[in-house]
Design a protein. Sequence first.
Length: 142
Amino acid sequence: MSDDIESQIKQQQKQMSELEQSDDEKMSEQEEEYYERGQAVVLHEDKQYYPEAEKIFGKGVEALVEEEDHQPLTQPIIEPPKEKFHQVFTKNIPKLKYSAEYMAQLMQKPQLIRNVGLLGHLHHGKTLMSDLLIQATREEAD
């Protein structure tokens, strides 16, 4: 009798496993429907945060992912333009102590440019100071 019971148990286990497999197949069909609708529940470890490089850039493109400190500090992320070209378009240039060509040449070397800020309270001579600085660059009319 024990052999009959064991064979019945094995048959029941086979039937249960077949039922479970059919349930799994049904669930996979339901999951596919949810995925198509965008309503699927996705576990944190299964999430795909970024699409693959081929989907974004196309086939045959190599995408490199590097560590955040790979680029040296001496190299800027976006390099400035190599040369700047300035042209001066004015009609009535006052006579200056320095020639306009000299001043234009200075603008082509940004490392020589200096900025000045005048700060002060109301009526403390900021405008007068800037007028005096500009006047100092002009030649004295005799």
